[in-house]
Design a protein around this ligand. Structure first.
Ligand code: 13P
Length: 283
């Protein structure tokens, strides 16, 4: 059964681990995250950005996730990641998504509240939970580029006002992570995270967790992060393994053969990330 992310995040929040949210793109990547989570007894959030939904189709993603969920009893949720368009969110909820992110973080504070409230009003009617973001992460995510000069960290007082005004179910915070690979070593503002965790009671989400040293991610989880988003760290090993396969087998043309090394390489990373999140053996 496809669940909302609410219960799994509240459970993680109580026990100070994080549920991994892995970005998938197709059947192969969805299979890898679902089978690995099942094997490791980890709850799982399967995340799809607007480009993934337009590439794979909302109903296909829902159907594939339902098939995956039938093969295991660990909780699996499907989640809309970084959606900015309210109509698209409503459509995907109608197609069966039970968890969504409205990303209005580029708008001024009050407009972010207004747009987020509209999504919450619709989503909650259909038993669907809502994540929203306050602050701005730099980097590239789903074709949207934010330059380093535009980064804005989440202010704890604003976070309280935002959560109260919107009734969101989880909050993505900007504490120094970025989408994609880092130019230098990432610097996370753990004091800020600590303060936000003290004053905000909804589960907190860390975006841009690829290329962040494991110890930093673990520390963020200790300080209250209970959902960790990972995309780039999965895409790179998958595509490198496929490229290597073609280098060795230049005449290959069977997708079942050339996709398999990609899946195997990705599986290793998924296992590692689940351990970093501390979500293994929870069910
Ligand atoms: P990375 O690509 O940096 O892992 O970011 C993923 C993310 O935050 C998706 O929402």
């Amino acid at each position: 059964m496809i669940l909302s992310t609410k219960q799994m995040l509240i459970e993680a929040q109580k026990k100070y681990y994080a549920v991994p949210a892995f970005n998938i793109h197709n059947m192969e990547t969805l299979q890898v995250v679902a089978q690995t989570a099942a094997q490791m007894r980890s709850p799982l959030i399967i995340a799809a950005t607007p480009s993934t939904v337009s590439y794979a189709g909302a109903r296909y993603i829902v159907a594939m996730a339902e098939a995956a969920a039938k093969e295991t009893d660990v909780p699996i949720a499907i989640h809309l990641d970084h959606f900015e368009d309210v109509t698209q969110i409503k459509k995907a909820i109608d197609a069966g998504f039970k968890s969504c992110m409205i990303d209005a973080s580029k708008l001024p504070f009050e407009e972010n509240i207004t747009k987020t409230r509209e999504v919450v009003a619709y989503a909650h009617r259909y038993d669907t939970v809502v994540e929203a973001e306050l602050g701005k992460l730099i980097g590239i995510e789903d074709n949207v580029i934010v330059d380093s000069g535009e980064a804005v960290y989440t202010e704890p007082d604003d976070a309280v006002r935002f959560v109260d005004a919107t009734h969101i179910d989880s909050l993505a915070v900007a504490i120094g992570t970025a989408h994609g690979l880092y130019k230098g070593k990432p610097k996370l503002d753990f004091d800020r995270l600590k303060k936000i965790h003290q004053v905000v009671d909804v589960p907190l989400v860390l975006h841009g967790a690829s290329d962040v040293p494991d110890e930093m991610v673990k520390n963020a989880i200790k300080l209250g992060i209970c959902k960790v988003n990972i995309a780039t760290d999965l895409k790179i090993p998958f595509s490198n393994a496929v490229k290597n396969f073609f280098k060795k087998n230049p005449t290959a043309n069977d997708p079942r053969k050339y996709m398999t090394p990609g899946k195997e390489a990705m599986r290793e990373i998924v296992m590692h990330k689940i351990k970093v999140c501390g979500s293994n053996d929870r069910y």
